[in-house]
Design a protein around this ligand. Structure first.
Ligand code: ADP
Ligand code: GN1
Ligand code: MG
Length: 364
């Protein structure tokens, strides 16, 4: 099997015995491999094919991740935790880059599999609070990380102003007229909300809101939860750790986890913002960040939720108009279905904006 041959390039003990693809991510190709050890026991690792269409400089990407993981390991060890379960651990390669380039031009990495729960929805009572606390703690653990050493793995990743320009360009350059027509209502909804795109970018630019080292992709399935207690165990998918705003981490987690339906739910009547889930996440996130957020950041958290939902709608629709070159899709209409779901959520957030602010005002 090709995956087994690739595994041989990494410094990892055991003989591969089983391989299963894990399909919940939208970007990389991820496999869980069972490894039989000399004593007969089975251990596991993750083999992942890095998507270089998205991450154009994989060596810089790995330098970022290894630096961040080393920093997190020190913090975890100092707190008496287990760095092998609470942070990602990458297997080495002969050239010590932690990356193997195969003859077909694919880049691979291998890291320790962590036995844990990985959730697609926050339905379980208390789960979203625990995830929020862990994402908030992650942010705090990186507060003293030297941000200037981080490469921008995707330039302008959450620069919604430049994303808006890319969206306009996708409309102008679109080679799929039937898609343009089909999406006209969604295009109008996005174009008419341009001012929202400025919420974080402008506040960072005028110095009223700090840049921090943020995760930038805080979907619930990017955190592993302890199998016994469901406490946040390990934040994963560190490809987008870069300087950013706390609004991005808060907002993206709300977008994904405080919705009453999946991010690609085709029946938009099922989609709403669950204010109880919003409150639950906010409480956990404030506990995790432990007083680190400024007054301005706190006051903009609801706008962060709207911003990230708006940006995601824009990104899915840009990809649809560009012919589905970025996100993995399961069927041809997937990106327009995702766009509609994100817009339905955004509209409900707009209606519940005062409610979100009341919750934050009570908690801060
Ligand atoms: P993508 O960038 O495509 O989202 P991820 O790195 O998030 O890929 O991995 C996809 C999924 O694989 C995760 O959501 C998680 O369920 C599982 N996974 C990834 N890394 C680990 C790990 N170290 N231990 C256990 N499960 C993992
Ligand atoms: C991608 O890799 P994954 O599935 O965790 C994307 C996020 C989107 C998300 C939408 C690098 O996240 O930005 O919010 O899909 N990651 C990248 O589900 O673009
Ligand atoms: Mg992921």
């Amino acid at each position: 099997m090709k995956e087994y041959d690739i595994l041989k390039q990494f410094d990892i003990a055991g003989e591969p015995a089983a391989c299963k693809q894990l399909t919940c991510g939208n970007i990389n190709r991820t496999f869980r491999i069972d490894l039989r050890q000399a004593d007969g026991s089975i251990t596991r690792c993750i083999l992942q094919n890095v998507n270089v269409n998205v991450f154009k400089k994989p060596y810089e990407l790995m330098q970022n991740i290894c630096g961040v993981c080393a920093h997190l390991k020190e913090k975890v060890a100092a707190a008496g935790g287990d760095p092998l379960r609470e942070t990602m651990t990458f297997a080495d390669t002969a050239d010590h880059t932690h990356l193997y380039l195969d003859e077909e031009g694919f880049y691979w990495r291998v890291y320790t599999f962590i036995e844990a729960n990985s959730y697609q929805s926050a339905d379980k009572p208390g789960l979203f609070y625990k995830a929020a606390k862990a994402f908030g703690k992650f942010q705090r653990q990186l507060a003293d990380y030297p941000a200037e050493t981080l490469y921008e793995t995707i330039p302008g990743f959450h620069n919604t102003v430049s994303r808006f320009a890319a969206f306009q360009q996708a409309i102008a350059d679109c080679k799929l007229p039937e898609r343009l027509k089909e999406a006209s209502a969604e295009i109008d909804a996005i174009l008419s909300r341009e001012s929202l795109a400025h919420v974080a970018v402008d506040a960072i630019a005028d110095g009223s809101m700090p840049l921090r080292v943020t995760h930038n992709d805080t979907k619930l399935n990017n955190i592993l939860m302890d199998p016994e207690t469901d406490e946040g165990l390990c934040v994963i998918d560190l490809d987008t750790v870069m300087p950013g705003s706390v609004l991005y981490d808060f907002g993206d987690a709300i977008r994904f986890g405080a919705s009453t339906a999946a991010e690609d739910e085709p029946d938009v009547s099922k989609i709403a913002l669950d204010l109880d889930k919003f409150a639950e996440f906010a409480e956990g996130f404030l506990a995790g960040t432990d007083g680190a957020l400024t007054e301005k950041e706190l006051s903009l958290l609801p706008e962060g939720a709207m911003l990230l939902t708006y940006e995601q709608a824009m990104r899915f629709l840009t990809d649809y108009l560009n012919g589905d070159t970025y996100f993995k899709i399961n069927y041809p209409e997937h990106n327009i279905v995702r766009t509609r779901a994100q817009l339905a959520l955004l509209f409900d957030m707009e209606a519940k904006r005062d409610g979100m602010h009341e919750i934050i005002n009570k908690q801060k």
